[in-house]
Design a protein around this ligand. Structure first.
Ligand code: HAM
Length: 421
């Protein structure tokens, strides 16, 4: 039997990992510039954490979670999203006592049993950040600005920010009543799942992928924006104003409710035409009740999460990766004595921070030079018996093919000087 990777998972091979590292470095640099600190949570949590926060009627909880019983018959779930685990950790570790506002980011693997396709995997990665402790629109605006900065820095220009407010829980209650009254007469026209949604969790109707359901909504669903109360409206207007101040374009989409139950007020998504059918680069919003719903003190919060695979797909489309930084220096040796000298020299170079590579197959000098070329080495150190007899090693500049003799004594320091010249 040949083992295969599980459907919907991916190997990130050595030849592509530098692209991930490049993107991850820019993401954490920008997030840290905005004073976010990284948080890392376990791969699995109690199942109830997700059913209570994301919501039992959502696709994630009802269809997509990897849930299992452990030996103690406890129901556990591989995390399908990170906001709930971060908030669980915030409450459990009393992070509110460390600072009045908690700003954390993550870069992590998640699991959802979805139908795999381009940009949609069963194990995928997200970067994201959460700002916990502020109810004000500055917090929402910062969250959006941070991801915007990250995409811009990476070279993505083609993107659209869709923005909505789904109101506070109070104002939404009125809206949901009106929505139900407007849609009830059309119950039979909806798909079977939506007929249930209409009874159980009506806002989830907006998540339906079926065009026929969406067109009924287009025709008969009132806009939630007309039911916002004064403070919701003030929050939304102020957020829009802040985004305009920092030149972030957006379109208001009153149907954007996002497929998770915890949102209040702001919801947003950034899509890009660089992606295929799965075009959401990221999504997020405000969730002012999640901390208390999970057993903490009432604490407002807002956050965003972004798909890493989708980001990499978009950057591939743009050809936006700098070339891989290959081994800058290769040590080729011929014969036992030379191998020992080369091995020691390489150890010294690496200790001094010079990345280098050597031959591990005892190949001919010609084969080693070919290998150095393939690895993109800028410099090759050549050591053979005749060099040792002359008390030197040869340093070859691969760019202009010039060669210099370097005395074997303290060769590493002299090589470092020569290559940095
Ligand atoms: P989400 O919209 O479920 O939100 O996921 C955010 C992003 O993760 C999506 O926009 C997409 O780029 C990526 N993503 C989601 N599912 C997959 C998948 N199966 N394969 C590849 N990429 C995927 C959340 O997860 C919320 N926790 C966001 C949030 C943070 N809200 C507040 N704070």
């Amino acid at each position: 039997m040949k083992f295969q990777r599980i459907k919907g998972t991916k190997d990130i091979l050595p030849s592509e990992v530098y692209r991930w590292q490049y993107v991850e470095r820019i993401i954490s640099e920008i997030l840290e510039n905005y004073s976010y600190k990284e948080i890392r949570t376990p791969a699995f949590e109690m199942t109830e954490l997700f059913s209570r926060s994301v919501g039992t009627d959502t696709d994630i909880v009802s269809k997509e979670m990897y849930t299992f019983l452990d030996k103690g018959k406890q129901s556990l779930t591989l995390k399908p999203e990170l906001t709930a685990p971060v908030i669980r950790s915030f409450i459990q570790n009393h992070l509110d006592q460390v600072a009045p506002v908690t700003k954390v980011y993550y870069l992590d693997a998640l699991f959802r049993q979805e139908r795999p396709q381009k940009g949609r995997l069963r194990q995928f990665h997200q970067f994201g950040c959460e700002l916990v402790g502020s109810e004000y629109p500055e917090a929402d605006a910062e969250i959006i600005k941070v991801v915007y900065d990250i995409y811009k820095e990476l070279g993505i220009k083609a993107m659209t920010l869709r923005l909505n407010s789904i109101g506070s829980r109070n104002s939404r209650r009125r809206y949901l009543d009106v929505l139900r009254d407007s849609l009830k007469p059309h119950l039979q026209e909806f798909c079977a799942a939506c007929q249930q949604r209409l009874e159980k969790n009506i806002l989830r109707l907006f998540d339906c992928k079926a065009e026929s359901c969406q067109s009924i909504l287009d025709e008969y669903a009132p806009s939630i924006l007309e039911y916002l109360d004064d403070s919701d409206l003030e929050h939304f207007e102020s957020l829009k104003n802040l985004l305009e101040l920092v030149n972030i374009d957006f379109t208001v989409d009153h149907k954007l409710v996002r497929g998770l139950d915890y949102y209040t007020r702001t919801t947003f998504e950034i899509t890009s035409p660089l992606l295929g059918a799965q075009d959401a680069l990221c999504g997020g919003g405000r969730y002012d009740h999640l901390v208390e719903d999970l057993g903490g003190k009432t604490t407002p919060a807002v956050g965003v999460a972004a798909g890493m695979e989708r980001l990499l797909l978009a950057l591939d489309e743009l050809n936006a990766f700098p070339p891989e930084d290959l081994h800058p220096l290769y040590i080729s040796t011929l014969g036992e004595r030379a191998r020992e000298i080369g091995f020691k020299l390489r150890a010294e170079l690496i200790e001094s921070g010079v990345e280098s590579e050597m031959d591990f197959l005892r190949r001919s000098l010609k084969a080693q030079m070919r290998e150095a070329g393939k690895k993109g080495a800028n410099w090759v150190v050549i050591i053979g018996d005749s060099e040792i007899d002359r008390g030197v090693v040869i340093l070859k500049n691969m760019t202009d093919s010039t060669q210099t003799d370097i005395p074997i004594d303290s060769a590493s320091q002299k090589i470092i000087k020569a290559i940095n010249r």
